[in-house]
Write a protein that binds this ligand. Structure first.
Ligand code: PGA
Length: 251
């Protein structure tokens, strides 16, 4: 049985002071009635402050980062390494989000290096893949997404797959208010799991978690979570609205 997994990606929102307020209020108000794993991914500058509140208030929420470099250290101005994240108590790291791919030159090749590096440092990657609207309209969404996944997982060891989260995020659904239908999202998540089974094994594929992301909100989470191959959600905009995020966790 896979534990449902809901992660909030704050993107470039919230100062560390706003982050502290949010996590305090969230810890106070939320009851995790589905026993799902919940993770918040604040900007780098807020990781430490948010983690302090999680620890002192004993809040059952994991900490994630939104990106990392694949090297441990060196002359990479402005970058953050896996060792730095580990030292802060980070457990998850989003890798290859479509905004990183579009604006910051992440490619399948760098995503692959980051995934390998994350596992090497005992960080659990939330690896993002997803097609553009043009690719979907041309009918090539599935082959595009699966080949993206294969490239991003090159030489990733089978023993790590149980700790892998794949976030299927159709680019046209991110921040647009247009979500994929739960059937389309589930079909893609199932295709992803089948390909994972081909690449590794059935039992590894059954352990990996697959999230849907793209305009997830209180009104669509319940249906998405009822689908056979959707194990959770990667939530952007709704994760910085306290009431919405609580409603999503308590789908
Ligand atoms: P959204 O973002 O929920 O605002 O569509 C999702 C994401 O980018 O992970």
């Amino acid at each position: 049985m896979r534990t449902p997994f809901i992660a909030g990606n704050w993107k470039m929102n919230m100062t560390h002071l706003e982050g502290i307020k949010f996590i305090q209020e969230l810890g106070y108000e939320y009851k995790n009635k589905n026993n799902c794993e919940v993770c918040l991914c604040p900007p780098f500058i807020a990781l430490r402050s948010v983690k302090n509140i999680i620890d002192t208030d004993h809040i059952d929420i994991k900490l994630g980062a939104q990106n990392m470099h694949f090297e441990e250290n060196g002359a990479f101005t402005g970058e953050v390494s896996p060792l730095m994240l580990k030292a802060l108590g980070v457990e998850y790291v989003i890798i290859g989000h479509s905004e990183r791919r579009e604006y910051f030159a992440d490619t399948n090749e760098t995503v692959n290096k980051k995934v390998i590096s994350a596992f090497k440092h005992n960080l659990k990657p939330i690896m993002c893949i997803g097609e553009s609207l043009k690719i979907r309209e041309n009918g090539n969404a599935e082959s595009f997404v699966l080949s993206q996944m294969v490239e991003c997982l090159k030489e990733v060891d089978a023993k790590n797959i149980a700790d892998l989260t794949v976030a299927y995020e159709p680019i046209w659904a991110i921040g647009t208010g247009k979500n994929a239908t739960s059937k389309d999202a589930n079909d893609m998540c199932r295709a992803i799991r089948i390909r994972l089974a081909e690449l590794y094994s059935n039992s590894f594929a059954e352990q990996a978690r697959i999230q849907y992301g793209g305009s997830v909100k209180p009104s669509n989470i319940t249906e998405l979570m009822s689908m056979s191959d959707i194990d959770g959600a990667l939530v952007g905009g709704a994760s910085i609205k306290l009431e919405d995020f609580i409603a999503i966790i308590n789908y």
